[in-house]
Design a protein around this ligand. Structure first.
Ligand SMILES: Cc1ncc(COP(=O)(O)O)c(C=O)c1O
Length: 343
């Protein structure tokens, strides 16, 4: 029978209470070995990471780390954004980069590089990743320094980015949603994409606990706001496309693109009008069709809300026409929207 030496295995030192023995890594090479062991035999979903702290692109997942004294880690002083990588193209990279820098400015984080350099780094990262389908996520942080509240001791802001292999397809099935009971972020924080997503996390957890896909936030004035990481759109019985106004919520890049593309459906007589506006819960629940709108979806039909059907409770035809518009733009849209990654 094979015997096992517990001293050779850090994880096996787990006992209860007073008996718990914490391993002390005696050397960097021992730690590195352990980090590599954690990744062994696991499929590597992160083909490449960039860190301005490391000063380059990292291909070893065990080394894809950020410092614990980074102001983003211990105080949430960071902003982020995500662009889609589809068929070897970055979709709407510039729009995401613009929103990213607007978020950074609201969070009073200055970038360690000019916009053009951030863009070049992201393209080189996508190239190094060799990934053709997934997401490109990036962060600006006040940077490492000390553990104090003020970022005054963080001499240099930090830029991090990672490519994540992900498979996503156009969503065709309808989902159920609930009204969120977790308080919404106030407008200043909801309108900037900062890393404080605890309300959003609790919101999706609440939905999952109740057997729903996600939830809908209603603001203090009783108007529809957004989902935890998606915008929301409605088709009225008069065939109007209405999205909540973006002043108190995140202005979704997909939502804005949808508003640009949707007039094509007006020309075809499928929609009567396209616009933004304030919708009460009653108006929204009485809509003919409803959908989530966000980068990886890009449009997800909603068929039930708080256990009541939206419209006839089936996936709406206008919703799917809008979904086709955005999906076609993602896979075959103009060069202005799709940047071909130079692998
Ligand atoms: C709170 C919130 N609203 C809306 C969105 C949708 O934005 P986008 O279309 O840029 O993915 C996101 C995702 O980034 C989000 O986190």
């Amino acid at each position: 029978m094979a015997t096992h030496d517990p001293s050779s295995d850090v994880n096996s030192e787990v006992n209860d209470g007073d008996d718990f023995k914490v391993h002390v890594f005696s050397s960097s090479s021992e730690l590195l070995e352990k980090l590599h062991e954690n990744w062994k035999e696991k499929e590597q979903p992160y083909p490449a990471m960039y860190s301005s702290v490391h000063g380059g692109i990292i291909l070893d997942p065990a080394m894809m780390v950020i410092p614990i004294d980074d102001h983003m880690v211990h105080r949430g002083h960071g902003v982020f954004d995500t662009a889609i990588l589809l068929d070897g193209h970055l979709y709407e990279l510039d729009v995401h980069l613009d929103r990213f820098l607007r978020s950074a400015s609201k969070a009073k984080i200055s970038s360690p590089f000019p916009r053009s350099t951030l863009r070049t780094i992201l393209i080189q990262l996508a190239t190094a990743s060799q990934c053709r389908k997934g997401t490109l996520r990036f962060w600006l942080s006040a940077g490492p320094g000390n553990f104090l509240l003020s970022p005054a001791g963080c001499p240099k802001s930090a830029f991090y980015a990672v490519v994540i292999k992900e498979d996503f397809l156009q969503c065709k099935k309808g989902v159920k949603v609930i009204t969120c009971t977790i308080p919404m972020k106030p407008p200043l924080f909801a309108a900037m994409k900062n890393v404080n997503y605890l309300p959003n996390v609790l919101s999706i957890m609440e939905a999952e606990e109740k057997g729903a896909f996600a939830s809908i936030w209603v603001d203090d004035d009783g108007y529809i706001a957004e989902g935890p990481n998606v915008n929301v759109a409605f088709i009225t019985h008069d065939k109007e496309l209405i999205m909540p106004i973006f002043d108190r919520i995140l202005s979704g890049c997909t939502a804005l693109r949808l508003l640009e593309l949707a007039p094509k459906l007006v020309e075809q007589g499928i929609l009567k009008s396209v616009g933004t506006g304030n919708l009460t819960v009653e108006e929204a629940k009485g809509a003919a069709e409803m959908m989530y709108v966000g980068s990886t979806l890009p449009v997800l039909p909603i068929i039930m809300w708080d256990d009541k059907p939206i419209g006839d409770g089936k996936v709406g035809e206008v919703t799917m026409a809008l979904s086709d518009l955005v999906w076609d733009d993602m896979v075959a849209g103009p060069e202005t929207q799709r940047l071909s990654v130079p692998y």
